[in-house]
Design a protein around this ligand. Structure first.
Ligand code: PHE
Length: 337
């Protein structure tokens, strides 16, 4: 029996588990009720009385060795967990769960169309000051858009507010003083409005600004026409209606033929066959001057569109609130990453 114990002891000491499962198998082989160690203890009663002391000590040594081995190897696996040794860069990623938000899809697709035309993406802060949101864009001091009813003020003096449109990014880009300018600026905007199916206090816009020599209204029309054909499909009609914005002259709003009823008239287009998707115009020379740009040499156009409005048309969604409620039944319907 002594030789047998010595032999097993040698095996136990040499054991090195390759995996947690192998370690568990080892533990079961030696320590479980029907394992090697209990069997040896059962044999112990057959040992001659003069050998019992020595055998007893040997047996306990073996049992301790097995327990220590199990502990030691277990620690090895636990300390490896999450460490570099466990991190296999070549492993395929877990299956992607979830879908892109419809607003992200629409913003990405719009960005792409303008990037193909050579526009680059610009950015600006959501927390702004009166100058960049209003004054620099020619909003008179008593313009209703500045009113507390429309604008979320963080504090009044010095004025810190949430931008009500992405046109503030026009100012930020012009300030940098590099010409020509050809940017689009997607961003979140804030207006103090009651939340309903058609209005929300948070929404998204994409601003466009193009300033160079000889930029004309024809360029504006052609750029936006191209965008509409790409985004809504060939054959979508556009029309421009005269409008007013303090920072553009001339100003227009652009409608597209309702892509839901094909222009025949439905609830979405209020039976007119047309839906408005953006405001636009030629940059007012005063705006250029106040940004240090010579209006004799440079002209430009700008436009601003609502991302929610365009997403509603694309996906035929009739309630704006769905975009912000994070209801999985709504979100799961959109394309996977
Ligand atoms: N900023 C305007 C709005 O929010 C839209 C606009 C942008 C109009 C650029 C003209 C040029 O209504």
């Amino acid at each position: 029996m002594k030789e047998k114990i010595e032999q097993i002891l040698g095996e136990v000491k040499a054991f090195n588990a390759e995996s947690k499962d192998a370690l568990e198998a080892f533990r079961i082989t030696y320590l479980s009720k029907k394992g090697v160690i209990p069997a040896l203890f059962a044999d112990f009663k057959n040992v001659a009385p003069e050998l019992r002391k020595e055998m007893g000590m040997k047996l306990n040594e073996l049992k301790n060795a097995v327990q220590e081995k199990v502990e030691e190897q277990l620690q090895k696996f636990e300390s490896q967990h999450g460490s570099e040794a466990d991190f296999d860069m070549s492993m395929p990623a877990n299956e992607m769960k979830g879908a892109r938000h419809p607003l992200s899809i629409v913003r990405r697709d719009i960005n792409e169309i303008f990037e193909h035309l050579g526009f680059t993406i610009a950015d600006g802060p959501e927390v702004e000051d009166d100058f960049h949101v209003f004054s620099a864009l020619n909003f008179p001091p008593d313009h209703p858009a500045r009113d507390m009813q429309d604008t979320f003020f963080i504090h009044k003096a010095p004025d810190v507010l949430l931008r009500t449109h992405t046109s503030s990014i026009q100012v930020r880009v012009m300030e940098q003083g590099k010409l020509p300018i050809r940017i689009i600026a997607p961003g979140r905007v804030f207006r103090n409005e009651a939340i309903s199916a058609r209005a929300h206090c948070i929404f998204h816009q994409i601003e466009g600004l193009y300033i160079d020599e000889n930029v004309s209204f024809a360029d504006l029309k052609q750029t936006l026409y191209h965008f509409v054909q790409e985004f809504f499909g060939e054959g979508t009609k556009v029309r421009f209606r005269p409008s007013y914005f303090p920072f553009t002259e001339t100003s227009a709003e652009m409608d597209i033929s309702c892509n839901i009823c094909g222009g025949k008239g439905c609830n979405i287009c209020k039976h007119t066959g047309w839906v408005e998707i953006l405001g636009c115009g030629m940059c007012d020379p005063n705006i250029l001057i106040s940004s240090g740009i010579d209006p004799e040499k440079y002209t430009g156009f700008a436009f601003g569109m609502g991302v929610e409005r365009i997403a509603m048309l694309k996906y035929q969604i009739n309630d704006l609130r769905l975009f912000f409620e994070n209801d999985l039944r709504f979100l799961e319907q959109f394309e996977l990453a």
